[in-house]
Every structure is written in structure tokens, then in C-alpha cells.
Ligand binder design. Structure first.
Ligand code: ZN
Length: 268
């Protein structure tokens, strides 16, 4: 379904030396379970992807040097999202030249953060980063002050300022700083191109380059940046695709052995 994460699980009768694949325009990296006969790749479908049939191509490098190729067709259905009109201060809709320079600089910072490739750090289920209820779901089509239509690429939680926010899974902090729209923002790289993003924080409690355990506190919620009030906005990004965080929390994921936590190849 569009905007949904998914787990590709491949079972082989002979443990391969390596397993890779392609899905839509993405390169997949797989990590093995303990017995190396089952391999996993956490992936997804962008919220704006067109529904339809897509090819999943797999390539296994076998111990005898041969290469095994397989193809599957996967049907992607359209998820339904609501529409909403919002009002925010005008400077967030029509930024002045000085602000546009800042937004451009923010883009470069985020680009660098997302280009980072952590080893596979996630293991087991992701979990919600805050103990609270959802105030706005993922995928809502929004207008700000009657224009600038955008899609809500994350999940909003009710959060009184100062509520602890924790890492949804283990990973590496690749950005922890104040940005114009996002306010105080933390981006955690979980490996396989998966990142979780935490916005509008009142306080940052981690540094760039720091390793986080699942559930470790990374900051306090707030209302910094383009926020209509205090809340936590959480986003899930996979290789440039934005996915529904609620669906990621609900996805049952395997515990990965420590041995599989090795750097993934840099080629993309
Ligand atoms: Zn939001």
C-alpha cells in the first residue's frame, strides 16, 4: 500500500554469501538471520508512489560462485488519506529572502544527514517515541493559509512541552540541531536507508554521531519551527520515500544477530 513500510524476507535452501535486490528505483541490502538461510530487507513504498504492479528482483551469490536470480511481482494498492486546511504565521508560507537562504542551508544539512549510511542498527520492532495519542495521522493533504498544498509526511502526537521523546529503534544520530521548519530536530539512521525524524523539540539531548539504544531519550517535545502548537511530529524516511510511522510501529520485525551488524556497501 502507498506510504507503507514492508519487510522483504527471503528464505534460501543453501545459505548464500550475499543477497541483494532492487525494488522500484531502490537498491535493497539484505542482512542474514542467525542461520544465514533467511535474509531480511526493511523497505517501503513512498506515500506519493503510483499504485500498480512493481517488480522485485533478487540476486543471490552462492558459495560455489554461481549467481541465482529471481523475480516477483508485488501489487501496490492506493491508501486513502484525508484533506485538511491549516493556518500558520505568514512567514512560514511566504518566506522572506533572508529566510529562504536559511531554508536552503537547512536543505543542505538534511541532504548530508540522509546521505549518511549507518550499518544495520535496527533490530526487532520499532516502537512509538512517545507515550501519547495521535493528533494527526500520516498522509493528510494540507493547505497552509489557503495555498501551498503539501502532504503530511509524518505522524503528530499530542505532547505537552517537555515530554520525553525516545528513539524508535537503535541507530546513529546523523542530525541534531535547529532548523527553520522542523525546529529542534533529531534524525536517527537505523541502517538499510531507514531514518526516523523527530521535530519541534524544545530541547535536544543528543549529539550528531552518537549511538542510541532503542528507547533512549533524545530530547523533549516542544513547539519550535513551523508548528501550530506543542506536539511531536515523527517521520519515517526510507531512501527518500516517506512512510507511515504507525505502520512501522505495527510491523513485526526480527531480532537481528549482532554478527549481521556490519557496514553495508556504499554503492547505491
Ligand atoms: Zn506533523
Amino acid at each position: 500500500m502507498t506510504g507503507s513500510p514492508c519487510l522483504f524476507r527471503v528464505e534460501m535452501s543453501v545459505p548464500p554469501k550475499a543477497l541483494s535486490g532492487t525494488w522500484q528505483t531502490h537498491e535493497l541490502t539484505f542482512v542474514p538471520a542467525n542461520n544465514r538461510r533467511i535474509w531480511y530487507s526493511l523497505a517501503g513504498v513512498d506515500v506519493e508512489a503510483a499504485p500498480g504492479s512493481y517488480r522485485l528482483e533478487l540476486q543471490a551469490n552462492l558459495p560455489d560462485g554461481s549467481v541465482l536470480r529471481e523475480q516477483r511481482t508485488v501489487l501496490v494498492t492506493r491508501a486513502k488519506f484525508p484533506t485538511e486546511a491549516l493556518r500558520v504565521p505568514q512567514r512560514y508560507v511566504e518566506p522572506d529572502p533572508e529566510t529562504r537562504v536559511r531554508i536552503e542551508a537547512d536543505q543542505q544539512l538534511k541532504h548530508a544527514a540522509f546521505a549518511h549510511q549507518a550499518p544495520v542498527e535496527w533490530s526487532g520492532n520499532f516502537r512509538p517515541p512517545i507515550e501519547s495519542s495521535v493528533s494527526e495521522g500520516f498522509g493528510t493533504r494540507r493547505t497552509f493559509n489557503g495555498k501551498l498544498a503539501s502532504i503530511h509526511r509524518g505522524l503528530d502526537y499530542h505532547a505537552a512541552p517537555g515530554t520525553p521523546v525516545t528513539a524508535a529503534n537503535s541507530g546513529e544520530v546523523v542530525l541534531a540541531r535547529e532548523l527553520f521548519y522542523e525546529g529542534n530536530c533529531v534524525i536517527v539512521d537505523h541502517g538499510q536507508g531507514f531514518a526516523t525524524i523527530y521535530m519541534h523539540l524544545s530541547q535536544l539531548e543528543v549529539n550528531e554521531g552518537q549511538r542510541l539504544e532503542k528507547g533512549q531519550e533524545l530530547g523533549l517535545s516542544g513547539a519550535t519551527g513551523r508548528a501550530t502548537g506543542p506536539h511531536l511530529h515523527v517521520a519515517v524516511r526510507w531512501q527518500g520515500a516517506y512512510l507511515d510511522p504507525a505502520k512501522l510501529w505495527a510491523l513485526r520485525l526480527p531480532e537481528l544477530p549482532e554478527a549481521s551488524v556490519s557496514p553495508v556497501k556504499a554503492a547505491r
